[in-house]
Design a protein around this ligand. Sequence first.
Ligand code: CMC
Length: 428
Amino acid sequence: MTQKSTAILDLGNGSDPIELPILSGTMGPDVVDIRTFHARSGMFTYDPGYLSTASSRSGITFIDGDEGILLYRGYPIEQLAMNCDFTEVCYLLMKGELPDRDQKSTFDNAIKGHSMLHEQLVKFYTGFRRDAHPMAVMVGVVGALSAFYHDAMDITEASHRELSALRLIAKLPTITAMAYKYNIGQPFIYPRNDLSYSENFLHMMFAVPAEEYKPSPVIVRALDRILILHADHEQNASTSTVRLAGSSGANPFACISAGIACLWGPAHGGANEACLNMLEEIGDVSRIDEYIKRAKNKDDNYRLMGFGHRVYKNFDPRAKLMRETCHEVLNELGLHNDRLFKLALELERIALEDEYFISRKLYPNVDFYSGIVQRALGIPTTMFTAIFAMARTVGWVAQWSEMISDPEYKIGRPRQLYTGTIMRDITT
Ligand code: CMC
């Protein structure tokens, strides 16, 4: 981070102009450093939704929304998706470099060494209703991990942070798959260390004690790609939630649980589930026009789920890769003629040609395609966001750990523009 030049701000109230440093990173827009602004002017800046605010400095993920660029530690997402598996990407996000063979094997083994849950934690599941939403179970069980790992809770110790990160990355597939098994009333399937991360997750989701389960390599690869594409995404709502929760010094399990809660919302990670629910509701190609009309109507809050993105205004590079995977999986499983898949592809075609969507740069996003792929893999819609949370855990822990080790980090404490009643007295 270097100072490039100085911005001079005239507040228009007769006071001396205020000089503010303009800082440059290695790529992307410069920022005006306003940290001293309030002390010098008595004013706050106003930016609901953080449309113009860089909340932190970070060296993990870079996005250029206009150009459709997404880099993890400098590597384009397309190259990572083609050449790496998910645990290599985890290593990269956490440590900054891709692992060599030995490093990968040590890292994979370290993850495998933490994949089981404490049996007391397994008992937590029975406290939930069978029909509880998996995300409700995830918020609760991941938060409850806080009660099990007092041996490594000193967040100022890098080795403790790394151990917590490994535990979270390793246990999330087990926690997620158990949420599903509990929901459908099947016995929990324990992790198997001879399988890859994605294979092991599919095994815990779909194996039953009564018979052998062996997923096709296309399906394993599709899941691995979903995990890679969702692993991190700069300072999005859930990552910012993890950072804000962590900025008070809270333990990492509680912070990741907060991130899961934020991810659940339909404007964020909940979009893939909402998208499939929308397709079910539309039901048939003949009704698409009716729904497009609703989405365009200013007096109707209805939105097409799986379309649009706050940052990507030309295309979402993850959506391009996921679209490819979507067709691969549909071909492998012979599902191109499935009613909902046909409907999704027709909706995609119409929206891409419609002036309303073109002028607002509303393209299908990654969740549109990942929802379709997950459905094809036999994953029920209520599990989609839980799988997103499993993938994003590595991004959350990498960002949390980066924040804690940054000497400039402070507790997050935004201010406000007060619009309530001015001071008054109680009349007696
Ligand atoms: N369907 C119809 N109209 C839309 C949609 C949509 N999905 N998204 C945005 N618009 C319209 C919106 O009404 C507004 O129109 P106008 O200019 O006439 O008022 C314009 O497009 C700009 O919308 P915005 O709300 O200012 O855009 P935003 O950047 O604040 O919102 C978004 C981004 C992703 C929240 C929004 O596009 C949305 O709600 N999409 C559907 C939910 C979804 O798929 N979310 C997943 C995002 S990708 C996963 C992730 O990274 O978490």
